[in-house]
Design a protein around this ligand. Structure first.
Ligand SMILES: Nc1ncnc2c1ncn2[C@@H]1O[C@H](COP(=O)(O)OP(=O)(O)OP(=O)(O)O)[C@@H](O)[C@H]1O
Length: 262
């Protein structure tokens, strides 16, 4: 297509469409967080700078120019968490992350080769029993990363997953029952772990720190989390920061199988 003074190619439409999708994803990521206000602040500053530049106000132009000059580094520091989360979402949804594709390429098998298959039956049984007895629990199951930093905040266990071990850890009188358990490669790596608490405003006010910690860790990693509520016995599942509540055992089973069946 060609107008009198500009020529527009079909690729330009694609370019605009991709930018729109990117902006929409960015908006979704930042919606309701304090980061959106910071972004608006930066945008306002940029617009003022452009105005000052057009009006040839040299002193202000110079000061704002210097400030904007280091803007990229400042942006990376200020939006560190959001950039991390964005890249995780892109990585998780990318075609290369699909297990079937990874298996086709030998080099991409580094995770699948070593990782022991998860004993999801044991986890489901423990959750069922803890739900019945209203024992609070937070179980984080990591996929590729061992979540070493978060595991180091708790007590190291390194024991093979079993329903008895999980129930013992979360038993109310056990000093280790607080915090979260981290499972990797079918091993309970650590218990009593302190996890990042999400400030996501979408989490209903009736859910407290246990659920917020599950959202926090799954927003910042590819891990999934299971929560058993001490108050109601309700079982929830969290992935990418999204909670699914009031799960029946069969639903939990199919969610775990979908995530961890090789
Ligand atoms: N940062 C954290 N990381 C891991 N676990 C945490 C963290 N903060 C709190 N918890 C756990 O959550 C428990 C408190 O849960 P709280 O009642 O606030 O949450 P909840 O989401 O309402 O869960 P419940 O329905 O079981 O009451 C603490 O005893 C502790 O075990």
């Amino acid at each position: 297509m060609s107008l009198a003074f500009i020529s527009i190619r079909w690729l330009d439409f694609l370019d605009i469409l991709l930018v729109a999708i990117l902006m929409y994803q960015l908006y979704n990521l930042l919606k309701g967080t304090v980061a959106i206000r910071i972004l608006l602040g930066i945008l306002s500053l940029y617009l003022i700078w452009k105005l000052v530049e057009a009006l040839k106000m040299e002193l202000l132009d110079e000061i704002l120019g210097q400030f904007i000059g280091v803007g990229v580094i400042a942006l990376i520091i200020v939006f560190q968490q959001e950039i991390r989360r964005f890249l995780l979402i892109v990585g998780n949804r990318s075609i290369l992350a699909q297990p079937r594709i990874r298996k086709k390429f030998g080099a991409w098998k580094w995770n699948d080769q070593k990782v022991e298959e998860l004993n999801s039956k044991a986890i489901i049984k423990a959750c069922f029993n803890m739900s019945k007895s209203k024992t609070g629990a937070l179980i984080v199951i990591s996929k590729d990363s061992e979540l070493k930093y978060h595991a180091s905040t708790g007590d190291q266990i390194d024991g093979i997953v079993s329903s008895n071990l999980l129930e013992t850890i979360f038993f109310k009188n056990n000093p280790m029952h607080d915090g979260g358990v981290i499972i990797h490669a079918n091993k309970i790596k650590a218990a009593r772990c302190i996890l990042p608490v999400s400030d996501n405003p979408k989490i209903h006010a009736s859910y407290g720190l246990r659920h917020r910690a599950a959202v926090g860790i799954t927003e910042n990693s590819t891990a999934v989390a299971i929560i058993v509520s001490e108050e109601t016995g309700e079982i929830s599942f969290c992935k990418n920061g999204n909670l699914k509540h009031k799960l029946e055992i069969d639903e939990l089973r199919s969610l775990l199988e979908r995530e961890f069946k090789n």
